[in-house]
Ligand binder design. Sequence first.
Ligand code: GTQ
Ligand code: FE2
Length: 374
Amino acid sequence: MTIDLTPSPVRLHAVAGKGQPDPTPELEQLYRGFEQELLVPLWTQIGDLMPRQPQSKAVPHLWRWDRLKALAAQAGAIVPVGRGGERRAIALANPALGGRPFATPTLWAAIQYLMPGEDAPEHRHTQHAFRFVVEGEGVWTVVNGDSVRMSRGDFLPQAGWNWHAHHNAATEPMAWIDGLDIPFSYYTESQFFEVGREKLPPAERTTAERSYSERLWGHPGLRPVSMVQAQPATPLLAYRWVDTDRALADQLALEDEGQPGTLSLGHAAVRFTNPTTGADVLPTMRTEMHRVRAGGATRVHREVGSSVFQVFDGSGTVTVGERTWQVARGDLFVVPSWQPFSAQASGAGALDLFRFSDAPIFEALHAHRAQVAG
Ligand code: GTQ
Ligand code: FE2
């Protein structure tokens, strides 16, 4: 006979407190019985399982862009990109999520790096994704054969289950950030993945200024009559900086003229939306660009679900929960669920912040709440 010495994964300890039983030998015996049968009584866990408001396991954290970029460049020199590893992508790991490559319990955020002439091979997965470019140019992302230029300030969504590959057609390396719902798919065990063609045909490795998707969908307020059905994710594959920048500048100019439009005084914001519905670009991720006027500040805001921010331009001070940081271009930080967030533009110019969050998940489930103070 062998004796299984594997400890029971259930460990119960009598605790003192309101509604807790007296710590008698009988109670200890009852708890050992629960452990044997893999049972856990609610009364020992209620505070953790059902808190009065979200108590995120994730913590606020900041990653400096210069550190990320230097390490990505080091990886560029020694890590090949190809089938198997699939991408030279390096993920932000929230220090309170057990070493997993998860920025928050639902969101993946990574820096991806391609050397001149390199190709990241074609694949598809059910996870929704986007790219955001804080600096540089020269990489094209090819989505279902449509080659899409990536340049500074561009936002490039890419809904789940679309084939995609990336290639660097320039003579310089390029870095950008990826946002995906990998942790959400991981915890909910809902992922599928397929590899695509080993090499893209030359016709798909073009470097056209405008993609098919932009020519069809990239005209404000105009929809091709051949495609009037609502689509669950955006068919537009690039939201160009020139348009985002003008929208934010116009909001602040309107404010100067005493007209409504900004989110709060000195704080302009736009959301990237699906042109077939007006809803968020992706079913699981909300993406926005915020501009805080020089010397201005956002209000203090908190909401259900988590966010990742990247400083696109300017410098300032951001406060997340108990943490405050001075931030500059490229820096990334995490706002856990229900933690208050605010930002001040303390540099000479405006502070531009790219933000993504998991809000559409909670809105779809009628579990979203938000509060603004001050
Ligand atoms: O570029 O296809 O950061 O599939 C993580 C998974 C990037 C990508 C990531 C991916 C990609
Ligand atoms: Fe991918």
